[in-house]
Design a protein around this ligand. Structure first.
Ligand code: FES
Ligand code: FE2
Length: 342
């Protein structure tokens, strides 16, 4: 079951062009394109006539023409032309979904359209702030979106999954604090005065003395995890170095067991270092590929024990609270839907 009254990332802005394309979100086939004025349009891809995909058709101005029998729909999903008829049948229409382009992503609202409030999109301004730089991409994962939330909310896995990149040996030695702040879950870990940080951060700043490494992770329903992480020279050392990142992750369910994993890794230091740009991007891409391997294998195991209860440990606290928050929000949405239907 999905939370539907929420903004999900549907695409990178550069993917949405005058060439319609199909993408599944929340188990539904959608078609994405742009109007002549440049606004993103998202409609049900399954044509209401005989269910051919509109994405196999073409654009006529701002409208999309089904490539099978020529039904034509405007950006609101209204059928504006049917070959051989003066007027389209009343029932001929496509669902149209509110879509907003912001910070390089196209956000899509698949719930009640009158609740699609743009101000509910989380603050990811780092993605187009001149004080920050970085790159990202989409990683398709054959696993449920919540298994990826879990991966990002419990970073102790870095010690085991990312041995040559993100691993910080001390990560399991420091406790977490977890807070529910206005329907977001905030997980914090501070590793103060540790002897060494991960190979990734060492490459970025060249630490040779002990450091303080902080991780501040925010889960914002339904699909976002932002990791603020900073490593800096510890008090009492002779160095004065730091490296700071915002890892912005959007986990959009494609189906109940496959996910579009949109990520962007932004940093606020060495902004003009193009060699570092490539190194950071490729390093993170390599690490996330390691996550993909273990998460897809984990999904296979979950499938062998539907409904089973896993054994928790203290580093899971953020995972468990985020799951409870999602359960609560989904239950509230379902209850409201039921009341509205009565
Ligand atoms: S299936 Fe689209 S017009 Fe017939
Ligand atoms: Fe990871």
């Amino acid at each position: 079951m999905y939370l539907r009254n929420a903004w999900y990332v549907g695409a990178w802005a550069h993917e949405v062009t005058r060439e319609p394309f199909q993408r599944y979100m929340l188990d539904e086939p959608l078609v994405f394109y742009r109007t002549e004025a440049g606004d993103p349009v998202v409609l049900d891809d399954r044509c209401c006539h005989r269910f051919a995909p509109l994405s196999a058709g073409w654009l006529d101005g701002d409208d999309i023409v089904c490539g099978y029998h020529g039904f034509t729909f405007d950006p609101s999903g209204t059928c504006v032309a049917v070959p051989g008829l003066d007027k389209a049948p009343k029932k001929a229409r496509q669902n149209s979904y509110p879509a907003v382009e912001k910070w390089g992503w196209v956000f899509v609202w698949m719930g009640e359209a009158d609740q699609a409030d743009e101000s509910k999109i989380p603050d990811f301004h780092y993605m187009d702030d001149p004080e920050w730089t970085g790159l990202g991409e989409t990683l398709p994962i054959k696993a449920a979106h919540y298994l990826i939330y879990e991966n990002l909310l419990d970073l102790t896995h870095a010690k085991y999954v990312h041995k040559t990149t993100l691993a910080t040996d001390d990560v399991t030695g420091f406790p977490l604090s977890v807070e529910d702040v206005d329907d977001t879950i905030v997980v914090r870990r501070s590793m103060i005065g540790i002897e060494k940080t991960s190979p990734f951060f060492n490459r970025c700043a060249g630490f040779t003395e002990p450091v303080d490494h902080t991780q501040h992770i925010t889960f914002t329903p339904a699909s976002y995890i932002m990791i603020n992480t900073r490593v800096q020279s510890a008090a009492g050392t002779t160095e004065n170095k730091f490296a700071e990142f915002r890892i912005i992750n959007a986990l959009t369910p494609e189906t109940s067991k496959t996910t579009h994993y949109f990520w962007n890794l932004m940093r606020n230091f060495s902004l003009d270092d193009s060699e570092l740009n490539d190194w950071v991007f490729n390093g993170n891409r390599g690490a996330f590929a390691e996550d993909k391997v273990i998460i897809e294998k984990q999904q296979e195991m979950w499938d062998t024990v539907p409904g089973a209860k896993p054994v928790p440990f203290p580093h899971d606290k953020g995972v468990i609270q985020s799951g409870k928050l999602m359960d609560r929000l989904i239950a509230a949405e379902q209850a409201a839907k039921k009341v509205a239907a009565e």
